[in-house]
Design a protein around this ligand. Structure first.
Ligand SMILES: [Fe+2]
Ligand SMILES: [Fe+2]
Length: 344
């Protein structure tokens, strides 16, 4: 039958192409950097890593290892402590300054307690006793490689989301840089309110992504350069839910969803999409930063307002029971401190 043959033709054709696709050319095996001044030890370590299928790179001391980093950071570093030119501790400090999450394993001799403590202070992630148990070495390196891969996937996902966000901002020249500015204001205020390091990092990402749902809203409605109909307003108001729908299946960072879904909620229940009357404080910080930036940046239909006036609008929100007083207070003090506002 005609249709059947068509399918048959397409099937093997695609299959034949698929194996030729040069995926391998785009995939490099994970790289492990082995640093040791003793050539015999290096050879032993490299041999032990062979079954892991990694690309092992070797260096004779810390300085040589750093020179090799010009080709990009490895996935795991395995380093001796005592080496000429640059020892393992200094190398660890340099590596951690470049990427605090890069796993660094130090090879130490038994009884080197003082050195181990210095290693921890330098940021080393793990220690292996000499003489090295090669099976243990493989297991440890494998564990660190797996964690590194997970972390890279997470970073890839974050980059994809941020690229999506830039695509949203590109839809309307007036919103260019909105996410970055909102993140900056929100971080200032959250620090002032005493937020923890981890909360600040989540808030930063949440702020950068808060309007990601606008990707689903037609450009001409987003630009809003003509009076919008009731129906178009309803569409715009769907963006927090659309954004939440984008993040929901990802399962990573579930703590980012409140920022995306609730950044237009107000304490008096007048916000959207859920009409909440209790809004987490850091989500209120984001909501206030969002409002502040919308007011102080221009739009096609209105001119930017000066910082003092935007701040008075935040304070009016407090009076109307829509925003926590502490949040508006934090904004006033950080805007003064960062010289966005001038002292009266
Ligand atoms: Fe929004
Ligand atoms: Fe926004």
């Amino acid at each position: 039958m005609g249709t059947g043959r068509g399918v048959e033709e397409a099937g093997p054709g695609l299959a034949a192409v698929a194996w030729r696709w040069p995926v391998k050319a785009f995939q490099r095996p994970p790289r492990v950097l082995v640093v040791d001044d003793d050539p015999l030890q290096r050879r032993l370590l490299l041999k032990a890593l062979e079954p892991l299928g990694v690309e092992a790179v070797e260096a004779r001391n810390g300085q040589e290892a750093l020179d090799l980093l010009r080709d990009g950071l490895p996935h795991v570093v395995l380093t001796d402590l005592h080496m000429p030119f640059m020892d393992g501790l200094e190398l660890t400090r340099h590596l951690k300054a470049q990427d605090p999450l890069l796993p660094v394993l130090l090879l130490t001799a038994d009884g080197e307690r003082e050195l181990r403590l210095k290693g921890i202070a330098a940021g080393a992630d793990d220690f292996l006793n000499r003489p090295v148990d090669l099976a243990e070495l493989r297991l440890r390196v494998k564990g660190h490689l797996e964690r590194r891969k997970l972390q890279e996937r997470l970073e890839d996902l974050e980059h994809t989301l941020l690229a999506l966000m830039r695509a949203v901002e590109a839809k309307d020249a007036y919103t260019a840089g909105h996410g970055e500015r909102v993140a900056q204001y929100a971080l200032w205020a959250a620090e002032e309110l005493g937020a923890a390091e981890r909360e600040l990092e989540e808030l930063r990402l949440g702020a950068l992504l808060h309007d990601v749902g606008k990707i689903a809203i037609p450009d001409h409605i987003l630009r809003g350069d003509y009076p919008l109909t009731e129906h178009e307003w309803r569409l715009i108001r769907q963006h927090p839910v659309k954004g939440d729908e984008i993040l929901k299946p990802l399962r990573i960072h579930p703590q980012l969803r409140p920022y995306v879904r609730w950044h237009h909620e107000r304490l008096d229940g007048s916000g959207y999409p859920d009409g909440l009357t209790e809004v987490p404080p850091l989500v209120q910080v984001l909501a206030a930063a969002d409002l502040y930036d919308a007011l102080t940046s221009g739009r096609t239909y209105r001119r930017p307002v000066p910082p003092e006036e935007a701040l008075r609008t935040l304070e009016a929100e407090v009076q109307a029971g829509r925003l926590e007083r502490e949040v508006a207070r934090a904004f006033r003090s950080v805007l003064l401190r960062n010289r966005v506002l001038r002292a009266p």
